[in-house]
Design a protein around this ligand. Structure first.
Ligand code: SAH
Length: 253
């Protein structure tokens, strides 16, 4: 199974009622590279045929799911936890709350320090205020106000997707900031090449008269913007040499 840092994000299902949701949750976790599933006092069983049928390639996640009696047992070693709820009213739900896109960077910020968790409630009524209050923050997936309650496994899918997006963005950022870009030719080497090119362009009559400095300046800016590599600078020297040779062939000797 996956060995990215995403395996440090636990999915906690509190008192799940339907076996199908266990299977679908395990499957979607596998899809997004999460592996740690904990079930708090579940009504549904991981051995149920419906759970196994819907899990497909998520069976290893389902089979390694831990069952604990209390939410506290599921979260005891976590350094950061986020509850999820379709409801946003009430004092408890007004603290650190946001959409999955807003909240996942907070979760990722903590994931290097230890396990983190996303906590989902039971299908009929969701998490209690007390359970939400035990988490560091809350995610509300913005949906149509007339029917804000998503299916449990679909809510897990949205959260896993956003977590993976935030993680990919972080990986790309780190890659871009640490990987040295392609080597750029030194200023002195570029100066020699520009001088050579100026001679070549003058020789073929491209640069002439009073506007030649302005034109050469524009040429320098154009080439300079591309941050030319040493090989590209050598290529431009070749161009300058060729221009000078052509010009020398044209002159009557
Ligand atoms: N009325 C319940 C709905 C339960 S649906 C509630 O208010 O939460 C089962 C679980 O799916 C919820 O407990 C929650 O964990 C998750 N869920 C469903 N809709 C959600 C939404 N719009 N935002 C965040 N989580 C949601």
């Amino acid at each position: 199974m996956s060995d990215t840092i995403l395996t440090r994000c636990r999915v906690v299902l509190v008192r799940p009622h339907y076996a199908g949701n266990l299977g679908s949750t395990a499957r979607v976790m596998r899809n997004f590279g999460l592996t740690d599933l904990v079930l708090v006092a579940p009504y549904a069983k991981v051995t149920d045929t419906e759970a196994r049928r819907l899990a497909t390639h998520g069976l290893p996640v389902l089979d390694s799911a831990r069952v604990v009696p209390e939410l506290g047992d599921a979260l005891s070693d976590c350094v950061f936890t986020l509850a999820t709820s379709a409801l946003t009213a009430g004092v408890v739900r007004r603290g650190m709350i946001g959409t999955p896109t807003e909240m996942m960077p907070h979760l990722l910020g903590a994931i290097d320090r230890g396990p983190v968790a996303l906590v989902f409630g039971p299908e009929p009524h969701g998490l209690s205020n007390e359970e939400i209050g035990r988490c560091h923050g809350m995610i509300h997936i913005p949906v149509d106000a007339e029917f804000s309650s998503l299916n449990l496994a679909q809510a897990v899918a949205v959260c896993c997707y956003e977590l993976r997006q935030a993680w990919s963005a972080r990986v790309n950022e780190q890659r871009n900031s640490s990987a040295p870009g392609p080597t750029v030719s030194s200023h002195a080497d570029q100066e020699r090449m520009f001088e050579h090119l100026r001679e070549g362009l003058q020789a073929v009559g491209f640069l002439f008269g009073s506007r030649q400095d302005t034109l050469m300046h524009a040429m320098r800016q154009l080439i300079g913007r591309s941050l030319p590599s040493p090989a590209e600078v050598r290529m431009l020297h070749g161009l300058a040499r060729q221009l000078l040779w052509i010009a020398s062939q044209r002159k009557p000797s």
